[in-house]
Design a binder for this molecule. Structure first.
Ligand SMILES: *Cc1c(COP(=O)(O)O)cnc(C)c1O
Length: 369
């Protein structure tokens, strides 16, 4: 049995009629940039999140950059973030002119270790940028308290945590703004690049929207220089067709994750994900810690099972950050994890049989090795 890491075609086939007609409508109406489909999606997403504003942008990297830039973060400032994430998280801090300050991950939940943040706060710190990695929400009580005590902004990177919750609140609604990616493989994925910002702050929303549209609220009246970061009509129309399914798809991911964890419970060489209490983990990724990872990956691959690593090198240890002089000892947990973590196939259309097949392959690897 072939088990791909994700299967975007399988999801398309379940909603093909809706998607095909949405694409045809956009083309017939030549509503390519701006207009009805984009406005509709922004309104629908804001409504589903119960927030005042959704500003669509070109991707989930731009959304982070735009938020920070419009909060006034820039040269001389520091932004505290996590050692293990996709590079967009730290790259955009640098793009504003600020410096990323990396904090190690929690040994159980693999998100930023909240207890290590306080020691990293300096007079230059302007914001904390927690990442709800894999769909697991950070401890937002601790983070919001730290931010309050120190007068810092909290910007939530929700690229992997659509509709995750913390104590009944949706990830992305607790900080000053939430940043979302709709990259095709994300839980809510477009058919190309896409992203958005959500916020309840009127002033920030207005600034982000203006900046992302060349600094103009009204055509040709540029009140500042901005950038071109737009969601296009085709992507908006596709996202609007997918949005009504997202809570069901999330629920199915949670059930698939529970099945993996149940079947893997007696495999001593595998550590299953631990969901933070009082949260909903949206399982963008199902990440285990394993022994003899390289050999296991090869073994699974030979059985037709694809896996991935998120991420093989902690951000501060990438060559891009040599100039910041972090060493493995400064982020020991993230450094140890990077050689053990393994993301198993995860998507709502993944069959239970496929999960059993994957788990049986893992078991046969460890009984033979
Ligand atoms: C995907 C991702 C992003 C960036 O999103 P793009 O839409 O690809 O630009 C940012 N942060 C995290 C944690 C991500 O996984």
């Amino acid at each position: 049995m072939k088990v791909p890491f994700v299967d975007l075609k399988a999801q398309y086939l379940t909603i093909k009629g809706d998607i095909d007609s949405a694409i045809a409508d956009v083309i017939n109406e030549t509503a390519f940039i701006g207009g009805k489909y984009v406005n509709n999606f922004e309104a629908e997403f804001a409504e589903k999140y119960g927030v005042k504003h959704c500003i669509s942008v070109a991707n989930g990297t731009d959304s982070l950059y735009i938020i920070m830039k419009m909060l006034g973060i820039g040269p001389g400032d520091e932004v505290i973030t996590v050692a293990n994430s996709w590079i967009s998280t730290s790259e955009t801090i640098t793009q504003t002119g600020a410096t990323p300050v990396f904090v190690d991950i929690d040994p159980v939940y693999y998100t930023i270790n909240e207890d290590l943040i306080a020691a990293k706060i300096s007079p230059k710190t302007k914001a904390i940028l927690p990442v709800h990695l894999y769909g697991q929400v950070c401890d937002m009580n601790k983070i919001m308290q730290l931010a309050k005590d120190n007068g810092l902004f909290v910007i939530e990177d929700c690229a992997q945590s659509h509709f995750s919750t913390f104590a009944g609140q949706r990830a992305g609604t607790m900080g000053i703004a939430g940043s979302f990616s709709f990259y095709p493989g994300k839980n809510l994925g477009a058919y190309g690049d896409a992203g958005c910002i959500i916020t309840n702050d009127d002033d920030l929303a207005d600034k982000c929207k203006t900046f992302a549209r060349h600094g103009a609220k009204i055509k040709h009246k540029h009140i500042m220089e901005g950038i071109n970061s737009r969601l296009d009509g085709l992507q908006a129309a596709i996202l609007s067709k997918k949005l009504p399914h997202i809570l069901d798809w999330t629920q199915i991911r949670i059930e698939k994750a529970a099945l993996y964890s149940r079947l893997l419970a007696d495999v001593a060489e595998v550590v299953c994900p631990v969901v933070r209490p009082d949260t909903t983990h949206s399982f963008h990724l199902y990440v285990v810690k394993v022994q003899r990872r390289a050999a296991l990956i090869d073994y699974l691959s030979a059985q037709g099972i694809d896996t991935a690593i998120h991420y093989p090198t902690s951000l501060p240890l990438l060559p891009a950050y040599d100039y910041l002089n972090y060493s493995a000892e400064t982020i020991p947990v993230s450094h140890e994890n990077q050689s053990q973590i393994l993301s198993l196939p995860m998507y709502p259309e993944l069959s239970d049989d496929a999960i059993e097949w994957v788990v049986n392959a893992i078991k046969s690897f460890y009984s033979a090795n």
